[in-house]
Write a protein that binds this ligand. Structure first.
Ligand code: 5AD
Ligand code: SF4
Length: 446
């Protein structure tokens, strides 16, 4: 058995892709390892979203070169940096044998065979999304209680800062029946919670069993009927695609968790326009109001970019104001990073690094306050916890709340894969502590 190490960077879709790559290579004799020193093959599944993420691949390739100098090893670069940089990667790091983009990794077995036969390099960066999903093995090797399932890929929105439309290609939705089949296979392996993935997942319009396009809301409804599947989440969404039926689904479907990641990026209409987001700050406020009307306890999460070209102090203040108005349970904020080939990278009024740093710090302080406030609001409440894995102490298990916080509970190790009502006794920086709700004493009738 040869040993395969897959290192995954970036988003959850890369996590999904890495799992599929492992399944694809198992039949040709590759078993998993966690250590590069033992590996016969290393795949770096890369991210290109910001410069820092993208540069990581080269430092890792430097380390791998030293190992490869000493012994036989195949090195592959997959993911979005592979797609964006293609042959440049081999030019810059000739120790790389294979470069394969996110829509062509189903061809990995032939690529490996090709370099074994003829030596040299192999490169595939086409966009056959449909062919990829058809070519992936049907047998799912997922371990664990929660899993990701890609239902949609690519993006047609072309926000001016973003490389995704170029690295993942145009929007493609998988057919409903193929998704349902994969979900059932996951559930048969013990999965209880599935997060439906897509770069623009709420723009989903996959072919339904009736041959017509089905929305994400209809997909969620269909999956909520899969026996054994207790929880459904989806990510990432665009405010423009938050349709009425999806908003209603948050009120109607018990399996659909009350957590929504809905990136807004900025609160300034001028900047939102320059980003080509196709909505204003007030659209977003109104949207959130309608979603919370359908599901009052919904925990909202978002992404923010500070220091987008042309962002003034007033624009930044508008972002802070939107955060104060909306209140987020969690959030991710980034300094704008110019990406080669995107329109905003060519804009003249780039923001100095120290201004970006200061704004990021200010925004993060506000977001952390809100995040902390949300967690504190859970103290004393009773929540459904889905137990996922053993905890650090014997008999302890770690589960997740509907709002995605980790919850540690004693005497729960036998409950992995099950949901229980848990009272939150303690709130810590990265987790909650909970205990079983005592059975209610029967009130005796007089
Ligand atoms: N610079 C900084 N952040 C970016 N993001 C996407 N592109 C860039 C960029 N060029 C952020 C956005 C997006 C998240 C996945 O990454 O906030 O929602
Ligand atoms: Fe990128 Fe998301 Fe905008 Fe698409 S919608 S271009 S993935 S930020």
């Amino acid at each position: 058995m040869k040993k395969l190490l897959i290192k995954t960077y970036g988003c959850q879709m890369n996590v999904y892709d890495s799992a599929r790559m492992a399944e694809l290579l198992a039949p040709i004799g590759y078993g998993p390892t966690e250590v590069a020193e033992d590996a016969d093959m290393v795949i770096l599944n890369t991210c290109h979203i910001r410069e820092k993420a993208s540069e990581k691949v080269y430092s890792e390739l430097g380390r791998l070169k030293k190992l490869k100098d000493e012994r036989q090893m195949t090195i592959a670069v997959a993911g979005c940096t592979a797609q964006a940089e293609g042959a440049e990667i081999i030019a810059r790091a000739p120790q790389v044998d294979i470069v394969v983009g996110p829509q062509s990794y189903h061809r990995l077995p032939e690529m490996i065979a090709k370099i074994a036969r003829r030596g040299g390099h192999a490169l595939e960066t086409d966009f056959p999304a449909l062919e990829k999903f058809d070519a992936l093995p049907k047998e799912i090797a997922t371990e664990g209680v929660t899993a990701f399932l890609t239902v949609q890929e690519g993006c047609d929105k072309f926000c001016t800062f973003c490389v995704v439309p170029y690295t993942r290609g145009s929007e493609y939705s998988r057919p409903i029946l193929a998704i349902e089949d994969e979900a059932r296979r996951m559930v048969a392996r013990g999965v209880r919670e599935i997060t439906l993935l897509g770069q623009n997942v709420n723009a989903f319009n996959g072919e339904g069993p009736d041959g017509k396009p089905w929305s994400l809301a209809r997909l969620c409804d269909r999956l909520s009927r899969v026996e054994g599947l207790a929880r459904i989440r989806y990510t990432t969404s665009h405010p423009r695609d938050m349709s009425d039926d999806l908003i209603a689904a948050h009120g109607d479907l018990e399996a659909l968790m009350p957590y929504l990641h809905l990136p807004v990026q900025s609160g300034s209409n001028k900047i939102l326009d320059a980003m080509n987001r196709q909505h204003t700050g007030d659209h977003y406020r109104d949207l959130v109001r309608r979603i919370r009307h359908a599901r009052p306890d919904l925990a909202l999460s978002s992404d923010f970019i500070v220091g987008f070209p042309g962002e003034t102090d007033r624009d930044f203040e508008a972002t802070l104001q939107l955060v104060r108005d909306v209140t987020f349970a969690s959030a991710f904020s980034f300094k704008y990073s110019p990406r080669p080939g995107t329109p905003a990278a060519a804009a003249r009024r780039q923001i100095p690094e120290e201004v970006k740093d200061a704004r990021l710090q200010t925004l993060n302080m506000l977001l952390l306050e809100q995040q902390d406030g949300f967690k504190q609001s859970l103290a004393g409440r009773t929540l459904d916890v889905l137990f996922e894995k053993p905890g650090r102490h014997a008999s302890q298990a770690i589960g997740r709340s509907p709002y995605l916080q980790s919850v540690h509970v004693d005497d729960a190790a036998h409950l992995i894969g099950e949901i229980r009502s848990i009272r939150v006794d303690g709130v810590f920086p990265n987790s909650l502590k909970g205990s079983f709700v005592p059975a209610r004493k029967k009130v005796l009738a007089h």
